[in-house]
Ligand binder design. Structure first.
Ligand SMILES: O=P(O)(O)OC[C@H]1O[C@H](OP(=O)(O)OP(=O)(O)O)[C@H](O)[C@@H]1O
Ligand SMILES: O=c1cc[nH]c(=O)[nH]1
Ligand SMILES: [Mg+2]
Length: 209
């Protein structure tokens, strides 16, 4: 079973409160989502490999460490996952960005894939899939399956808020995938929205509806 990491940093908790607040408009919402993604990035990248590098400081020679240069890929689930990309790229500027386009059919709640474009060397990359919301888990599962069908073997899932149902669904379908959350909420409502959640992440990010 994949690991579940729920962030407990005060800055993340603080910013998540304003992301949830219905009075927060799109501009501030976008900024906060970007900032929380960046802060979460510290945890999501905690186990990146390092290698030694010989350098010279103004005082002496020394051996220091840099990221080993493993290839990384960030894959937002369109649309809402896009809001988390910039924050991650500010930490990992060399990462490539793939896109999986999915929407959840409002009647059936089934994910419908309409786009997928990944970096060409899929097999060699470590992927971080981003989506603010993990509700039933259908969209995340479909995105992860899509990556695996194209050859990806190393995948992490990074979401702002999840319902327990979504976490369970991903853990069952993809036990090799670790999940990183800023917050784990109570439940889903009758429309499969997360309670208390933040509403519709895509609409709040992009001002639609
Ligand atoms: O876990 P699930 O039950 O599948 O629900 C979560 C999905 O729903 C939202 O996307 P939505 O379908 O609203 O598309 P959008 O990002 O284009 O708004 C959200 O961003 C997730 O991708
Ligand atoms: O709460 C939810 C559930 C699905 N999609 C969202 O944007 N929010
Ligand atoms: Mg939406």
């Amino acid at each position: 079973m994949g690991e579940l990491y729920v962030m407990d940093h005060p800055l993340i908790k603080h910013k998540l409160t304003y992301i949830r607040d219905k009075r927060t408009g799109s501009k501030e919402f976008r900024e906060l989502v970007k900032e929380v993604a960046m802060l979460m990035g510290y945890e999501v990248t905690r186990n990146l490999e390092l290698r030694d590098k010989e350098i010279e400081t103004p005082v002496s020679k020394t051996t220091s460490q840099v990221i080993a240069g493993k290839k990384l890929g960030i894959v937002p689930i369109l649309r809402a996952g896009l809001g988390m990309v910039e924050g991650m790229l500010s930490l990992l500027p060399a990462a490539k960005v793939g896109h999986v386009g999915l929407y959840r059919d409002p009647e059936t709640l089934e994910p419908i894939e309409y786009y997928c474009k990944l970096p060409s060397d899929v097999e060699e990359r470590e992927f971080i899939v981003t989506d603010p919301m993990l509700a039933t888990g259908g969209s995340a599962n479909a995105a992860i399956t899509s990556l695996k069908n194209r050859g990806a073997t190393n995948i992490r899932l990074m979401c702002l808020i999840a319902a327990p149902e979504g976490v369970k669904a991903v853990q069952e379908a993809h036990p090799d995938v670790d999940i990183y959350l800023a917050g784990l909420d109570e439940k889903l409502n009758d429309h499969a929205y997360i309670v208390p959640g933040l509403g519709d992440a895509g609409d709040r990010l992009f001002g639609t509806k």
